[in-house]
Ligand binder design. Structure first.
Ligand SMILES: *Cc1c(COP(=O)(O)O)cnc(C)c1O
Length: 219
């Protein structure tokens, strides 16, 4: 069933849109099944999932960190995790970017990062508010061991996913604006938005990474 779910979603995605399979504590067998179905990027919220799975799966897939980076900072900065992750999608402060830069320089790695945008300007929510995104990107663009590759957003919690459309649209507008700035060492290539209930809308509004969990794993 999981394989079929994956195949169905992959077949729906337009060319150039990448699927991140969000695993959130799922057992190894299920994660292997999504990979078998054709998933090539795993999205991790909990570092214990890396401990459990990396030995088995290794570099057959790419690993994206999508959890709250500032909460996990202490552990995320450990060499073993920095070596596993191909991208950190949830950078939302210069301090965090500088910490990643420093640790990555010690292991000789350039980490791809996305800047997480708090597009609805919700208090208490992670992400940078839209009006501060450009200045943050300019500030961290000089760091040699991280590379800003785009934006990520969650969008607010809403009853009806259609209500997310204006937020996705605004994030895309911000993405295009920053892209047009042509900031040195910044490559605005990825816009990560959309989950199980909203990925179709997100793609219509310009997402080229979608992060899907529930819909892949449901029986
Ligand atoms: C859980 C999660 C998802 C996937 O959500 P589903 O509704 O299960 O598809 C995507 N992005 C982030 C950051 C998540 O935490």
């Amino acid at each position: 069933m999981i394989r079929e779910n994956v195949k169905k979603i992959l077949s729906e995605l337009p060319d150039g849109v990448e699927l991140v399979a969000v695993i959130k504590g799922r057992p190894v067998e299920q994660v292997l099944e999504v990979i078998d179905g054709g998933v090539s990027i795993i999205g991790v919220n909990y570092l214990k999932d890396v401990n459990k799975l990396y030995q088995v799966i290794g570099n057959r897939v790419k690993w994206h960190y999508i959890g709250i980076a500032r909460f996990e900072k202490h552990d995320l900065l450990r060499r073993k995790y920095l070596e596993v992750f191909d991208m950190i999608e949830t950078v939302d402060s210069a301090e965090l970017a500088e910490d990643f830069d420093k640790k990555c320089s010690q292991i000789g790695k350039v980490m791809s990062v996305l800047i997480e945008v708090n597009i609805a300007r919700e208090p208490q929510k992670s992400g940078v508010i839209p009006e501060n995104v450009e200045s943050l990107i300019r500030e961290v663009s000089g760091l040699k061991n991280i590379k800003v590759m785009g934006l990520m957003t969650m969008g607010p919690l809403v009853e009806d996913s259609e209500s997310l459309r204006p937020y996705f649209r605004e994030t895309k507008r911000l993405f295009d604006h920053i892209k047009s700035m042509e900031i040195p060492n910044v490559e605005m290539r990825y816009l990560s938005m959309g989950m199980s209930d909203s990925y179709r809308i997100a793609i219509e509004e310009g997402a080229n990474i979608v992060r899907i969990g529930t819909k892949l794993f449901k029986e």
